[in-house]
Design a protein around this ligand. Structure first.
Ligand SMILES: [Zn+2]
Length: 136
């Protein structure tokens, strides 16, 4: 088992603010100014009311494990990292994000566990958001 690979994401004009923030160790989310929906995945219109009046807001960086699986046979660059945890984390702001749980053994992850964001630098002016147990 090795660390998960840090593969740089594909950045678009729409997602540039999000990825720029990760490089600074900050998690930000788009929020609709018309209906207050916190939007995930990052985009510049509201999927709830179709408004394009969207602002970026700082997220707390905390959440709860909603669901997860332990990948025991990863593919491609992820193969050496197995076993690792692929999870949905429900952010305290509401959205559920697909991510990895790191900083603990896969067997120590539980549904409902409190987690906090951590960033893995890709070396290309972005960082990947992952989560670790909040009590460590
Ligand atoms: Zn809206």
């Amino acid at each position: 088992m090795t660390d998960l690979p840090e593969i740089a994401p594909a950045v678009t004009l729409e997602t540039r603010p999000f990825w720029d923030a990760t490089a600074e160790g900050r998690l930000i989310l788009p929020r609709c100014n018309a209906c207050s929906t916190v939007i995930w995945y990052p985009r510049l219109f509201c999927p709830s009311c179709a408004s394009d009046d969207v602002s970026w807001v700082d997220a707390a960086g905390t959440g709860t494990v909603y669901s997860f699986t332990v990948v025991r046979k990863g593919q491609g660059p992820f193969a050496p990292a197995a076993p690792y945890v692929l999870a949905y984390v429900e952010l305290d702001e509401g959205p559920r994000v697909m991510t990895n749980i790191v900083g603990c053994r896969p067997d120590d992850v539980t549904v409902g566990q409190r987690v906090v964001v951590t960033f893995a630098d890709t070396g290309e002016a972005t960082a990947l958001y992952r989560f670790r147990p909040a009590d460590r």
